[in-house]
Design a protein. Structure first.
Length: 148
């Protein structure tokens, strides 16, 4: 690939744009190489904070847990004391959370696993409905929660 020919003001801009394009393509290739080489997964940035499994276990009483998985999964197993949140019954589910949540407690929301869109949607809606900033996503979701 050759840069645009020199000569004139327009060609200087074309050369600069060409240089930026080459730099961006090279940068994207490097990022891809690193992700593939180290078997890393890219996920979009989240607007909510995450709580690690270790922190969740050590500070379990600081949280009210909200499980957004389907009813069958919730019934089969969940974090002890968790409230089940059904998106189809959002108002009733928000009220169920409101009944057990107290000021000073954090809300921990989890779905099936990593990157649960449902967990993020519910966490955002609880943040707004309850007027609190202390809403966290459980890193790795239910799949990462240790079983006895």
């Amino acid at each position: 690939m050759q840069p645009p020919a020199s000569g004139g003001k327009g060609s200087a801009l074309a050369r600069a744009a060409f240089g930026q394009t080459v730099f961006l393509v090279a940068g994207a290739c490097l990022v891809s190489y690193v992700l593939i080489s180290f078997d890393l997964k890219w996920s979009p940035p989240r607007s909510l904070r995450e709580v690690t499994i270790k922190e969740a276990h050590s500070r379990q009483t600081d949280f009210v847990w909200v499980d957004v998985r389907n009813p069958e999964r919730f019934e089969s197993a969940h974090i002890p004391g968790a409230v089940h949140f059904r998106e189809a019954e959002a108002e009733a589910s928000v009220e169920a959370v409101r009944r057990v949540w107290k000021a000073g407690k954090k809300l921990g929301v989890y779905g099936e696993g990593i990157g649960s869109d449902r967990a993020e949607r519910v966490a955002q809606s609880l943040k707004t409905a309850l007027g609190t900033r202390e809403v966290y996503l459980l890193e790795g979701g239910w799949a990462a929660w240790p079983r006895p």
